[in-house]
Write a protein that binds this ligand. Structure first.
Ligand code: 5GP
Ligand code: MN
Length: 315
């Protein structure tokens, strides 16, 4: 285990970053670490360098301090990479490269480590938020910090539904609930609630989805044209891939949207028989056994053919 406060001793400038297109766990883990360090290390400049999180996370304490682009060439004394490998942090990467000390806190099985000075990479952990909790001096936890970690955990466990939820996860959650916050509201507003437009795009994608491999694989695609027509972005697709995965008989779900012309961002979900992190890694991406992603160039037909060839190998 890493002694966070000891590792930050003497530091004047600290940065915290996470992966591009941050999800609930990424936002929860980075913001929990931010709240903790600003509270425990008075007088130290702590900055979160992260792409703008989805609007549902705007109420997290400190979210308005997030730096979403940067021009100064700050050299940080300590740089944390949370819920990601270092080369997936987007605009923050040059700052990572210049930092004096680097620390990686992650739970992706595809993260092979060996890049940062210090690492806490635990693929069995439910979430990066759970790992941040592990490393905290618990006396600094307050209601807002508890809520922030809780938010991260519910997002990466699908509200305690996925197999990454362990007895330890639930023990941590029990500790967090002691702080007393409106968790049903938090779950509804950050996890389940969708705008009307998001519901429409979900409906349309399901309606147009196709089943392959005798119903074991479901595929949903959103083209650039459709994104422009509905005026939606990647933030509006959260949950679509899970909806495809829970179709009866489906072992692997593929959701892709056209990020750039003839370049698809792919999300993969598995019921457990297929290790989709391996499939994603084959295409230069990564993730977990049951949830992973990558980018694929070409037409969507090519992308589907290439992906299903890799999936079929495992089935
Ligand atoms: P999602 O499908 O929700 O975007 O991502 C599922 C999981 O795979 C997340 O843990 C995410 O961090 C990871 N992931 C998604 N896309 C990529 C990628 O392009 N590269 C890597 N290394 N991981 C990814
Ligand atoms: Mn995560």
């Amino acid at each position: 285990m890493i002694d966070l406060l000891k590792e930050c001793e003497g530091a004047k400038q600290i940065a915290i970053s996470g992966h591009i297109r941050p999800d609930g766990d990424c936002v929860g883990a980075t913001m929990a670490l931010y709240q903790y360090l600003t509270k425990a290390m008075k007088g130290v400049r702590v900055e979160v360098l992260l792409e703008t999180p989805p609007p549902v996370f705007a109420d997290i304490v400190g979210a308005s301090d997030i730096i979403t682009e940067k021009r100064e060439d700050t050299v940080y004394d300590v740089f944390f990479v949370v819920d990601s490998v270092p080369d997936r942090i987007g605009f923050a990467y040059p700052y990572f490269q210049r930092a004096k000390k680097t620390i990686n806190i992650d739970h992706h099985i595809s993260n092979e480590g060996g890049i940062c000075d210090l690492e806490y990479i635990v693929p069995d952990a439910s979430s990066a938020s759970e790992l941040v909790y592990d490393l905290l001096d618990k006396t600094y936890i307050d209601t807002e910090l508890a809520k922030t970690i809780y938010t991260g955990i519910i997002h990466d466990t699908g509200v305690f539904q996925y197999s990454n939820t362990s007895p330890k996860t639930m023990r941590i959650v029990a500790q967090l609930l002691e702080y007393g916050f409106d968790f049903p509201k938090l779950i509804e507003e950050t996890f389940y609630e969708k705008t009307y437009l998001q519901s429409q795009i979900l409906g349309r994608t399901l309606l147009e989805s196709i089943l392959l491999m005798e119903g074991q694989c479901a595929v949903g695609v959103v083209s650039k044209k459709t994104m422009e027509f509905y005026d939606v972005s990647s933030k509006d697709f959260e949950g679509i891939v899970n909806q495809l995965r829970i179709i009866k008989g489906v072992e692997v779900a593929i959701f892709m949207y056209e990020q750039d012309t003839l370049n698809y961002k792919v999300s993969l979900r598995s019921g457990g028989r297929v290790d989709v992190s391996k499939v994603a890694q084959y295409f230069g991406g990564g993730g977990h056994v049951r949830a992973a992603g990558c980018n694929i160039s070409g037409t969507y037909r090519d992308a589907i053919n290439n992906l299903t060839a890799q999936i079929e190998k495992q089935l």
